[in-house]
Design a protein around this ligand. Structure first.
Ligand code: UN1
Length: 493
């Protein structure tokens, strides 16, 4: 029997809602969990509960909150294999990758547990005598966190861990097709000693979440929205937040380019293209979209790339495979639609294309050569195992092609020439640039995020994320016993 999963608000389970079956994409007839989806009212109620709990949580000294984060890390470590197995079963990610994803949570906890003792403010000199200025980081209040299911436990942790450490309460809305993994993570966080109401998990569909969020923003019970998902939904959330004078943290899609220079180590480039184009079945926001290959090495690269793809194993994510099934039926349907973008003038390799025989949501890998800069395939994210290939002759041209889709998350260049690497870094509009490494696989303590259609410039991870979950408060303390007026009573030499 599949487990039943429900929302948890203020530590209490809510045993009602519309049932939704989260399936195993390797065997879609198998239900991993039935989740009861809540409505907008429940989401708004969760935000009110969180707002009430946040006041006390913020009173707990930051180093003590850091100790809770340390416990979360230890509990995740103790449950790593079980959690990774569940992730593999529910979203079809190869087990080794799932274990890596769990590792990313532990890394995030490792980083932020220390931040509890460091949440530094500043002392700032005043322009007047007998006066001292200070700055403090203040929690924002309640963070509403809405996440996708391709990284069902790591990406949520990128929000949850720093948000909680900084003294915020959280209402987390995970992807329903990854509900069991999300619920398992929630239980680990709750078991680490978070007071009731500080972390709440609400399962709901997109429209109900949007309506609930709109209400909560109107009621003043949400102060920061963190969203990882599609550009279209991110835009809607951004507009909603804008109406409430809030700036959300948006981590959206990508059409990530890989530039291969004529002096590149081609085997290394092929390995990088294989991992970032087809690893996780191309379902990372950082997945490779288009390989932009110098015309002198195009044929050689393509030949080796096609051979590597042909030799790759695709199948049961519990085995040693490059990738497993797509996340869910919805993603499989959408991927089939993307396949229709392939133009008749394209060369499609290695063939065949489409769904593989059998029950699982497995799809053949596709390399499309000769993609033109005005093709949909060149311009739009595909979120599946498909990589476009195009050519260039000068570095400036490659940079222009890399920026053309208007996303700006991750990018990569393969070259042995440092000049080309630094020129590419300076010219590409991307939050992340790799040299001789793939577009995916960011480490958990570097700023993560994008520009353009990839986000609103917000960054996750590392110390940079503290600016998302705290606000600076300035304090001035005058001990002169007089009213000293700024700009008017400036000390003279
Ligand atoms: C995502 O797909 O939303 O850099 C995040 C990477 C991963 C995170 C991807 N660590 O590929």
């Amino acid at each position: 029997m599949a487990r039943q999963i429900v929302s948890v608000i203020g530590g209490k389970e809510l045993p009602s809602g519309t049932p939704y079956a989260s399936i195993n994409p390797a065997r879609p007839s198998e239900t991993v969990a039935t989740v009861l989806l809540a409505g907008a009212d429940t989401f708004a109620e969760a935000c009110r509960t969180a707002a009430a709990a946040q006041r006390e949580w913020a009173q707990i000294p930051a180093p003590v909150r850091g100790r809770v984060i340390a416990s979360i890390g230890r509990l995740v470590e103790a449950n790593a294999e079980e959690l990774a197995r569940l992730v593999t079963r529910e979203v079809g990610k190869p087990y080794r990758e799932a274990l890596g994803e769990v590792r990313e949570i532990i890394d995030t906890c490792d980083f932020f547990l220390g931040e509890g003792r460091r949440l530094y403010g500043q002392t700032v000199p005043s322009e007047m005598p007998d006066k001292q200025l200070f700055t403090f980081r203040v929690p924002v209040g309640v963070a509403a966190v809405i996440t996708a299911g391709n990284f069902p436990v790591a990406v949520p942790s990128w929000y949850l861990v720093p948000a909680l450490l900084c003294g915020n309460a959280v209402v987390w809305k995970p992807a329903e097709y990854a509900a069991a993994s999300a619920h398992a993570l929630y239980r680990i966080f709750a078991a680490a000693g978070l007071p009731d109401g500080v972390l709440n998990v609400v399962f709901a569909d997109g429209p109900e979440t949007y309506a609930g969020l709109e209400r909560a923003l109107g009621e003043g019970t949400v102060h920061k929205v963190g969203f990882t998902g599609s550009t279209a939904v991110g835009r809607a959330i951004g507009e909603l937040c804008g109406r409430h004078l809030q700036s959300p943290c948006l981590e959206l899609g990508g059409k990530n380019p890989m530039v291969i220079m004529p002096d590149a180590d081609l085997d290394l480039a092929v390995e990088g293209a294989l991992f970032s184009g087809f690893g996780t079945a191309g379902q990372r926001c950082t997945s490779l979209g288009t390989a932009i290959v110098h015309e002198d090495v195009h044929d050689e690269f393509l030949d080796r790339f096609v051979t590597a793809v042909r030799n790759a194993k695709i199948g049961d994510p519990n085995g040693d495979v490059l990738y497993g099934p797509l996340l869910d039926h919805k993603f499989a349907e959408r991927f089939e639609e993307y396949l229709t973008w392939i133009q008749p003038h394209h060369t499609v390799l290695p063939g065949p294309i489409g769904r593989m025989e059998g029950e699982g949501l497995y799809y053949h890998p596709v390399i499309v050569d000769g993609v033109r800069p005005d093709d949909r395939l060149f311009l739009e994210e595909t979120f599946g195992p498909i990589v476009g290939v195009t050519t260039f002759s000068t570095l400036d041209e490659a940079i222009e092609l890399a920026n053309k889709p208007g996303y700006g998350l991750s990018s990569s260049i393969y070259t042995t020439d440092p000049k080309a690497a630094f020129r590419f870094r300076a010219g590409v509009s991307a939050g992340m640039v790799s040299v001789n490494n793939s577009t995916s696989g960011a480490e958990a303590h570097l700023p993560f995020g994008g520009n353009g259609k990839s986000g609103n410039g917000s960054r996750q991870s590392g110390m940079w994320v503290l600016d998302q979950f705290t606000r600076w408060q300035a304090m001035n303390w005058d001990y002169s016993g007089r009213l000293q007026k700024a700009q008017m009573d400036v000390a003279e030499i």
